[in-house]
Design a protein around this ligand. Structure first.
Ligand code: BG6
Length: 510
């Protein structure tokens, strides 16, 4: 059946005012790296252009690579030119660049932290008027996290003395339960939980934030949001990109660590959580924790009913011939790292018992789509004539995270003219193309404002790793893995279809 779309383009959503945070300085560890150049500094620059940074503000970039502040500024200018070609104007850049400084530091040496950070900041803070408030942003490879935390503590930089001190930690947060626990222990020896901001950039996407608003600011959907009306839920994050230049990291991570422990499980928890009594960071995070606690541990003896993993071979993606994963630079020719996974999750509580959540994510797939689709139950009784068949499509509600951000409700409508002919139609809401803040801008602002809602609390890290670590261990212990098992540019491994089909369901096509 073809589906018709009656679309309501919603370009004129009123924009709310964004609060400018209190004065502070941003200290970036790993300032010579890619994240600083491509994401952090361009995000700070956009905030600066939109006048969303406080008056008292400066950035101190730190890394091991020796370079001058001048060289650092030049590197950052190149990064901004590349990532925001339309927004880089000379006057704005000149003013902005004056708030950027760089120093070389040795991560594992507290003395170096004393000399290059503790002794340097007070003078700069006095001039800039930041009130001594500090945000330490750790944007280095994860192997260095612990050294940095240790040196910050040893140099007396983690303590608050009438000022605020925060630390932002990038993902990956550990590579299994044990390493995540160790990192949490090290962090909590130096900082208090309220000072710690563990990033999951998915949470900062407008459309992800909208999940809770949509669920709890409308009275018409929430009464249906349970096992009585919902048949199952699909959460998809499909990419057309491969691993780019990240083989070093990805070979050791794989898709379950890279996408599931964080982004996919966060999307799951926002879809499944109970309404908190208050929209406050800890109340929302308490409810997320309850969802993770209610997930049935994966049955490691029946892996085929729980999980399907895959790795892409060569193929055609976006019209271009692309390499298979094993041919990518830096990847072992016999690598068994999965680039795709489909996972069935059961949440055992009153709301969701018997409603499977199917999660899938992969690289080099047919299209770039991140979405949550809620599949409602079939009508309880088919009263229409048998000539219409029994295949009336059940209603679907689609939360479109990216691209083409918005919400679509699919339902049946009578075809004009005919007596009995029904067709699925779509009621569509779309966000305007350029959302006000991108995920990193939101993360930076919220952290400066001291709002932890979009960051991951220590217990959530523990709970998600507790669920996934045994599964990853079991998968990694398997020999004889038939990789590659999907061609680039396709829907993923054929076996993944079975995960849903075995339950009489179908994946939504990509
Ligand atoms: C990152 C993963 O966290 O998220 C990447 O490490 C992935 O592998 C990326 O490509 C996807 O993010 P987005 O915002 O492009 O969906």
């Amino acid at each position: 059946m073809g589906s018709q779309e009656y679309a309501e383009k919603s370009a004129d959503i009123p924009r709310c005012e964004i609060e400018v945070p209190h004065p502070c300085c941003l200290v970036i560890f790993g300032a010579s790296g890619d994240l600083a150049k491509r994401k952090l500094i361009p995000s700070i620059y956009r905030l600066y252009r939109q006048q969303l940074l406080p008056r008292g503000f400066f950035v101190l970039g730190l890394a091991r690579t020796p370079k001058t502040s001048e060289q650092f500024r030049e590197d950052m200018r190149i990064g901004i030119r590349e990532t925001l070609p339309e927004e880089c104007d000379d006057t704005c850049w000149r003013n902005f660049s004056s708030i950027l400084e760089y120093r070389t530091v040795e991560y594992g040496e507290p003395e170096s932290f004393r000399k290059n950070i503790a002794d340097v900041l007070p003078l700069k803070e006095g001039i800039a008027g930041t009130g001594g408030n500090r945000v330490f942003y750790v944007a280095t490879p994860p192997t260095i996290y612990e050294d940095i935390i240790f040196s910050l503590q040893a140099a007396g930089l983690s303590r608050e003395q009438g000022n605020t001190v925060k630390i932002v930690i990038e993902k990956p947060f550990g590579r299994d339960l044990e390493s995540a626990r160790r990192l949490n222990t090290v962090l909590l020896q130096a900082f208090e939980e309220r000072q710690i901001y563990r990033i999951d950039h998915y949470l900062a996407k407008e459309t992800v934030q909208n999940i809770l608003m949509f669920r709890f600011a409308n009275s018409i959907f929430e009464p249906l949001w349970n096992r009585r009306y919902i048949d199952h839920v699909q959460i998809t994050s499909a990419e057309t990109l491969g691993i780019e230049q990240r083989a070093g990291y990805y070979e050791k991570a794989g898709v379950l660590r890279d996408m599931f422990q964080n982004h996919m499980f966060q999307l799951l928890s926002l879809t499944a959580l109970e309404p908190p009594a208050l929209f406050s960071h800890n109340r929302v995070r308490d409810e997320k924790a309850k969802v993770f606690q209610a997930i049935r541990p994966f049955n490691l003896d029946r892996l085929d009913e729980t999980v399907v993993v895959g790795q892409y071979g060569k193929g055609i993606c976006n019209g271009k011939a692309v390499y298979g994963y094993r041919e990518e630079a830096g990847v072992a020719a016999d690598s068994v790292t999965p680039t795709y996974a489909a996972l069935k999750v059961n949440i055992e509580n009153w709301r969701w018992n018997g409603v499977p959540f199917y999660l899938r994510s992969g690289k080099r797939l047919k299209s770039r789509t991140t979405e949550i689709s809620i599949h409602f139950k079939q009508v309880p009784h088919m009263m229409f004539p048998s000539t219409m068949g029994n295949n009336i499509e059940p209603n679907t509600l689609l939360l479109r995270i990216q691209p083409d951000e918005g919400i679509t409700l699919e339902f049946q409508a009578k075809n004009p003219g005919s007596r009995f002919c029904l067709n699925p139609v779509k009621l569509n809401f779309s966000y305007p193309a350029n959302l006000v803040l991108d995920a990193y801008e939101r993360v930076l602002l919220d952290c400066m404002q001291g709002d932890q809602m979009l960051f991951i609390r220590d217990d959530l890290v523990d709970l998600t790793w507790s669920l996934l670590s045994p599964l990853i261990d079991r998968l990694e212990s398997l020999s004889d893995i038939p990789f590659p098992n999907y061609a680039a540019g396709t829907e993923g491994p054929a076996a993944a279809l079975l995960l849903a089909e075995r339950d009489g369901r179908r994946w939504k096509p990509l």
